[in-house]
Design a binder for this molecule. Structure first.
Ligand code: NIG
Ligand code: FE
Length: 423
């Protein structure tokens, strides 16, 4: 969304407020603050007052107001790991997996990511943009106001830049805020299968400098897995990215323990994502290095993995666990982050409150945006969801049903579209 500096003031009142609150001592704060009756007042897209209704209203000048009618209000959800720039769906692979093929078998036969790469390279840029915008609508209507979004289905200089440019255009046209990540090391494309080292050189010597010079991404990511980029190659790529000003992220230890978490620690990644097979002995080093663990239980669910990440041990080790959809056409075809909260409760054993903190404040920290989004605190962006619910626990409990009533991005009502003026 474009600069919202001149958004008129807005008051949301008669609300049940629930929000994470950033800790002051650096240790994760898993407690939610809950206030009823509560109000929130914003100017220029930022929160100026929030808390008990009486205190917020005291001496407040007349302004537009929105009656939450005693519903739950929370910060907008932050989806810190998504792959939305693909063209056609891969529902045929879903059918193959239902019939017994594994994700790896489909990939080895030329399907998976490489299918999406061949497909995206043929797609018309305008048509691709329209599909990305449709997906942003889906994120928004489930309460997500910021996404991290990766390239990674282009895998050539031309098509990786095209993917990132489409993300930039989509972000300029849509209320969902997009934080772009360069994922040229998502797979080795068909034309480099017999010369993988040449592909790594292309990523390091041409793609990373071009992405950095054009300022098309904030982060760089690698799919670190023995059958894709091994730990050593991942380390080289992420070191080069970091030197070019792209902060490292990594798909680590999803299918096997392939050394991804160690690479995250070595290069000082902002986040290490997946971590299903990471040795618990590394959790303390992740914490000391400030690496945010991003857990993606939707991908495990959707590929019928038997192993989920050990979230309880991570929390016990003091890590600020985040959760995200991993929205992509292969391993997690959903923009529904509340549904991922359900999976996080059932399979990662998070409480609903913990799952909520993981999908907001900790997800913001995985994007180095913890001081701007992820909680309803004075000075932060007024990204707010009004829910057809009274408590946080109803969100994962009433699963796969959309409880979102209204979404406010930087002080503007942006969903539903036809109610985009306040009452
Ligand atoms: O995060 N791990 C790599 N990327 C995706 C899968 C992408 C695809 O199959 O298209 C993931 O799970
Ligand atoms: Fe992913």
């Amino acid at each position: 969304m474009n600069n919202q500096n001149h958004t008129p003031p807005l008051l949301i009142h008669n609300a049940r407020l629930a929000t994470p609150v950033a800790s002051t001592d650096g240790a994760p704060n898993w407690q939610l603050t809950e206030i009823f009756p509560a109000a929130l007042y914003c100017e220029n897209g930022c929160i100026v007052r929030v808390g008990k209704e009486q205190e917020v209203l005291a001496g407040l000048p007349a302004c537009e107001h929105l009656d939450a009618k005693q519903r739950l209000i929370t910060p907008g959800l932050v989806d810190c790991h998504t792959h939305p720039v693909f063209f056609n769906l891969r529902s045929h692979e879903f059918v193959q997996r239902v019939q017994g093929k594994t994700y790896k078998e489909i990939a080895a036969a030329g399907g998976g990511i490489r299918y999406s790469v061949r497909d995206l390279r043929q797609a018309d840029a305008e048509a691709l943009l329209q599909r990305v915008l449709q997906r942003l609508d889906n994120f928004l209507q489930y309460g997500t106001t910021t996404i991290e979004a990766k390239s990674g289905y282009g895998l050539s200089l031309e098509h990786e830049l095209k993917s990132l440019e489409i993300l930039q255009q989509a972000g300029n046209q849509h209320p969902v805020e997009i934080v772009p990540t360069f994922l040229g090391a998502h797979e080795v494309p068909d034309e480099f299968r017999e010369r993988r080292e040449d592909y790594i050189k292309l990523v390091v010597n041409e793609m990373i400098p071009a992405v950095s010079q054009k300022k098309l991404a904030r982060f760089a990511d690698v799919f670190c897995e023995d059958h894709v980029f091994k730990a050593e190659a991942s380390r080289r790529i992420l070191r080069a990215a970091k030197a070019a000003g792209l902060r490292p992220k990594i798909h680590a230890d999803q299918l096997t323990a392939s050394g991804g978490a160690e690479v995250a620690i070595d290069v000082g990644a902002i986040s290490a994502d997946h971590l299903e097979n990471t040795p618990p002995a590394l959790f303390e080093s992740l914490r000391r290095r400030g690496v945010v663990p991003v857990l993606l239980p939707g991908a495990d669910f959707f590929i019928r993995a038997t192993k989920y990440a050990d979230a309880r041990a991570m929390i016990a080790a003091g890590l600020p666990v985040a959760i995200s959809t991993d929205f992509n056409p292969g391993t997690c075809m959903t923009e529904n982050l509340p549904m991922i909260m359900t999976l996080a409760c059932l399979h990662l054993r998070l409480t609903p409150a913990e799952a909520f903190v993981a999908a907001t404040l900790h997800a913001a920290q995985a994007l180095d945006m913890g001081n701007r989004i992820g909680s309803l605190e004075v000075g932060k962006q007024a990204d707010v969801v009004i829910w057809n619910a009274e408590s946080i626990e109803e969100i994962p409990y009433h699963f796969a049903v959309n409880l979102v009533q209204q979404v406010i991005k930087q002080g503007c009502v942006v969903w539903p579209r036809n109610q985009a003026s306040v009452n």
